[in-house]
Design a protein around this ligand. Structure first.
Ligand SMILES: [Zn+2]
Length: 550
């Protein structure tokens, strides 16, 4: 290959990778040996000899010693801004409390370490892994920390438990009605508040991106947020992630991301999904569709339609298998309200990103998209259904016809698969995280972790999509298995498509961004059950080595 010439001068690569086994994941399935980067972009792909001419005295050359190189992983549904805040709070998932008493002991010791009146923010509490067989209550928290306001958020982020002091700080007393799209838990005997706060009732206790009302628990300071974001992003770099779609970005994190992007301080690229409640602000500013740059970009507008799979709040047409009367939670009781938001998003040129787990919620989301598209037809709006967990043939057909993209949980079966059949029954479980059905049905689909609710490592996601194995080794939905190649595309090319960036991301091709990952084993040449064990040797974003840190 002859060097490209720009303005009469020969271009000298900033970075040249050689002796690699580069799986480009392009349309032709090209495998190459060498890659050259200049100014963040790929300027050459080929053999060592082909690209030798691109090296100059200032070129950094990395000999990959036959290691496997892939396009950098893009997680199409990650909660980086939430992840950043985990170390700033009391993480109740590690070490894992086995009983309510153990959990309360940790709250108590936290209370002893901080001044009375200061918030204790517990996160990632998982009632299903605690032996007592009952959820935490307001009274429990009152005993552990009577003088501190306490909020404990469930691992699903869809509900939490607060103590009496927290209720007092929020001006909440027994007379409070349930808010729209949420609920204050009450003791069935006495009818008194038991501290459980579900969905929208939880927002003001720490989920800043989901409410325009004043927060009861204040947001973290801007410098604290900036440092925390970089640390969290670096953890993802170590897993080979070069880009995330942050699925709920609150206004303060829009500021943090754009600030970090402008300082060139981010080790990965961020696509922001901004909650729909802030659409009026974007309208006022005249910010329409996909604004930003390849580092920080607004991809879509997020609407949460129903609850969670693990939290058993997903809206199901036929109810939960072990509790048929329970159909989960719909956050929009009025269908027309959802439709009018989707139309507004659609007409502003944004992708509507509708969180819908259960079949009932997915159908409702599709109804809204269908109306928006009928009233204002656009050639390729690429609206998304986030998670899109429980599907059926009719949902698949409608998604195909509307060009709607799904971002299902990639590693859910590997992480929680064993409890699925109890909650959802065999047949429905086989049609969950239906990567295989989406591909066969001609529906756009991308890999997402839902981290921190799910595990962040894309290699685990690949293993789970390829094997469909639960922790106990059972296979659920063998027909949903996909090939190793397709599984990696979920985290590369297809994720890029989900944000209209397939021309610049997702495959290692000349003219695209030089975002790549180096693995210590070739996933194509091993037992798929071990793909999650592969080590990430190096992560490169825009030609810069971001992992290991230099
Ligand atoms: Zn999510």
């Amino acid at each position: 290959m002859k060097s490209p010439i720009r303005a009469g001068k020969k271009v000298e690569a900033d970075l040249l990778i050689k002796n690699a086994q580069i799986r480009t994941l392009d349309h032709e399935g090209t495998i190459a040996q060498s890659l050259a980067e200049f100014g963040g972009w790929i300027i050459g792909i080929g053999s060592n000899e082909d690209l030798a001419d691109l090296a100059g005295p200032r070129t950094r050359i990395i000999d990959m010693k036959e290691k496997t190189v892939l396009p950098g992983f893009i997680d199409a549904h990650e909660h980086l801004s939430n992840v950043a805040e985990i170390p700033l709070q009391l993480d109740l998932s590690s070490p894992f409390p086995k009983s309510i008493d153990q959990l309360l002991a940790r709250i108590k010791s936290q209370a002893e370490r901080q001044p009375a009146g200061e918030w204790i923010r517990g996160i990632r509490y998982d009632d299903t892994r605690i032996s007592d067989g009952r959820p935490l209550s307001r009274q429990d928290l009152d005993t552990a920390a009577p003088h501190h306001p306490v909020v404990v958020i469930h691992v699903s982020f869809h509900w939490g438990v607060v103590n009496s002091e927290a209720l007092r700080k929020g001006g909440i007393d027994e007379s409070i009605p349930d808010p729209k799209g949420g609920q204050f838990g009450r003791d069935p005997g006495t009818g008194r508040l038991n501290g459980k706060v579900l969905e929208s009732a939880l927002y003001r206790f720490g989920l800043e991106g989901l409410t325009r009302e004043p927060m009861i628990v204040p947001p973290f300071d801007k410098d604290v947020r900036r440092k925390a974001l970089i640390a969290a992003a670096e953890m993802l770099s170590a897993a080979g992630i070069t880009g995330v779609h942050d699925a709920v970005v609150s206004p303060s994190y829009v500021t943090s991301y754009t600030d970090l992007g402008a300082r060139n301080s981010l080790p990965l690229r961020v696509n922001m999904l901004i909650p729909y409640i802030f659409l009026p602000e974007l309208e006022k500013l005249g910010l329409v569709g996909n604004w930003g740059n390849p580092w920080v970009r607004c991809t879509g507008i997020k609407i949460i339609v129903d609850g969670a799979i693990a939290g058993r709040t997903a809206a199901l047409r036929d109810g939960y298998s072990d509790d048929l009367a329970n159909h989960g939670i719909l956050l929009f009781e009025d269908k027309n309200e959802l439709t009018s938001w989707v139309k507004r998003i659609h007409s502003m040129g944004y992708q509507a990103c509708l969180h819908a787990n259960g079949d009932l919620a997915i159908e409702m989301a599709l109804d809204a998209i269908e109306k928006a598209q009928r009233d204002d037809p656009k050639p390729d709006p690429r609206h998304r259904i986030e998670h899109c967990t429980m599907i059926n043939e009719s949902i698949l057909r409608r998604m195909h016809n509307l060009g709607v993209i799904a971002t299902p949980f990639a590693s859910y079966l590997w992480q929680h698969g064993d409890k699925l059949v109890k909650y959802y029954g065999r047949e429905r479980s086989e049609m969950m995280f239906a990567h295989g059905s989406f591909l066969k049905g001609g529906v756009g689909v991308a890999g997402g972790s839902d981290h921190p609710a799910g595990l962040h490592a894309p290699l685990l996601g690949v293993q789970s999509m390829v094997t469909r194995k639960t922790p106990s080794g059972e296979v659920i939905g063998a027909g949903q298995r996909i090939s190793v190649e397709e599984a990696f595309k979920m985290y590369t090319a297809y994720a890029a498509y989900a944000s209209f960036e397939e021309d610049i991301k997702g495959s290692l091709t000349v003219g695209r961004l030089a975002d790549l990952v180096v693995l210590n084993q070739d996933p194509w040449k091993m037992n798929p059950e071990d793909i999650g064990q592969i080590g990430v040797e190096m992560t490169i974003v825009g030609g810069t080595v971001v992992y290991p840190r230099e």
